[in-house]
Design a protein around this ligand. Structure first.
Ligand SMILES: C[S@@+](CC[C@H](N)C(=O)[O-])C[C@H]1O[C@@H](n2cnc3c(N)ncnc32)[C@H](O)[C@@H]1O
Length: 211
């Protein structure tokens, strides 16, 4: 499929999932909290959520006053806006492809990538955009499904991956190859759930120059 068709497909299926999304994914709240608690940013620092979904991360971002949430699925963002109102949290929302961010360079201090790198057709393009829009010294938190770097996907896992990708998400992406040669330092990359399938990462853009 072309990039445009994959985008359309993601928007289509996540529009279908919107009404049941919180029910399916709601059990990960403690992992979201754990991921977001890694942030050292100040309350006034600008925060960007990519593939923000229905805003299940918002309850853990209450101290932040400058939050922007982007997603390609308008229905998901409408849920997020309603959650933000309930939480009395000011959030700017935009329908936007995470692989083509319409923001200036160095406009965010924090990027939250929860359950998005395994979903997007081109997660490397998203990470390149993250590096561009992050300030030097900026922080990235990731919570997602990955295949450990020291393992290869066997035949069964490849079949399950094909099915999972059709429904929602890959399970076979690996953090080392995703992050290779990017201007991001890996400070943490640890398994946190489901026998290591789910991992939490903490990344930082160096303050000066290339790695
Ligand atoms: C598994 S959900 C994760 C939502 C949220 N981050 C969370 O942790 O609950 C994936 C989200 O990514 C969005 N999405 C998929 N492809 C995208 C893209 N290229 N750019 C931005 N959002 C995208 C979907 O619409 C969906 O809301």
């Amino acid at each position: 499929m072309t990039d445009q068709r994959l985008l359309w497909w993601n928007r289509f299926r996540y529009t279908l999932y919107t009404p049941v999304y919180d029910w399916i994914v709601g059990s990960f709240q403690s992992k979201r909290k754990q991921s977001i608690e890694q942030l050292q940013a100040r309350p006034e620092d600008p925060v960007l959520l990519i593939g923000a979904g229905t805003g299940l991360d918002l309850p853990f971002l209450l101290k932040f006053t400058d939050i922007t949430a982007v997603d390609i699925t308008p229905a998901m963002l409408r849920r997020l806006e309603s959650r933000a109102r309930q939480l009395e949290l000011a959030v700017t929302t935009k329908v936007m492809d995470g692989a083509r961010l319409e923001f200036e360079d160095a406009s965010f201090r924090v990027v939250v990538l929860h359950l998005i790198l395994a979903v997007m057709p081109d997660p490397r393009a998203c990470l390149q955009e993250v590096v561009r829009v992050l300030e030097p010294g900026g922080e990235v938190v990731v919570f997602d499904k990955f295949l450990p770097d020291d393992r290869r996907a066997g035949p069964l896992r490849r079949v399950i991956d094909a099915l999972a990708r059709f429904l929602a998400t890959s399970i076979n992406r690996q953090t080392r190859s995703l992050l290779e040669d990017l201007e991001l330092e890996v400070h943490r990359d640890e398994p946190v759930a489901w026998g290591g399938l789910f991992r939490i990462l903490y990344l930082r853009k160096p303050r000066t120059g290339h790695l």
